[in-house]
Design a protein around this ligand. Structure first.
Ligand SMILES: [Fe+2]
Length: 186
């Protein structure tokens, strides 16, 4: 993203305040912190490879991607949608757009350009709770645990098919393979 065009981004402190305001459970906060570490590692490596990823934007969106998840466990609300609305309401439009797309991306993976939304979406799919896992493990976990929230059972398969393409695209520009991500995340 071109920094000139981007909208306001909350600081880490502001992100943590929002997580507190929404009563985010500790384990969801810890999940978000792991997703943030994964997303930041990818963003940094991509920039070293000459990409132009907005790391601050990636970090804020990754920290906030599950900001309404705790509430959704009770209400059954679509937490990607309501999280995005909450963040949009505070004026963080770019962060909101990434949070909105953290379960399902709007666009099919293209050939080369890697977006901040793809990085956060992908990072979330490499983490179960606080553990960094591979895509297949995460897919099996979602199929087992969340199959009922997807209207179309084929949709999870489709999401992960696209995710494999996104993974290939991202790691085409990375200095190591997807299986080495875990040992590279600090
Ligand atoms: Fe989520």
């Amino acid at each position: 993203m071109n920094p000139k065009n981007r909208t306001r981004i909350p600081t880490k402190t502001q992100c943590y305040e929002m997580l507190k305001e929404t009563g985010t459970f500790e384990h969801i906060k810890e999940h978000s912190e792991t997703v943030t570490r994964v997303a930041k590692e990818i963003a940094q490596r991509l920039n070293e490879a000459g990409k132009n990823i907005d790391i601050e934007l990636v970090v804020a969106a990754a920290l906030l991607h599950d900001v309404t998840k705790t509430r959704s466990l009770e209400t059954g609300e679509d937490h990607a949608k309501t999280g995005a609305e909450l963040i949009r309401g505070k004026g963080y439009i770019d962060v909101s757009e990434i949070v909105r797309q953290h379960v399902r991306l709007d666009d099919e993976p293209g050939n080369e350009t890697i977006t901040e939304a793809e990085i956060v979406n992908y990072a979330d799919k490499r983490v179960i709770n606080r553990e960094i896992v591979d895509l297949k493990e995460r897919r099996d976990y979602i199929l087992k645990r969340y199959a009922d929230i997807f209207d179309d059972p084929g949709e999870i398969e489709k999401i992960f098919k696209n995710m494999e393409k996104t993974e290939a695209k991202i790691f085409n520009a990375m200095p190591y393979r997807p299986t080495s991500l875990k040992e590279n995340v600090s």
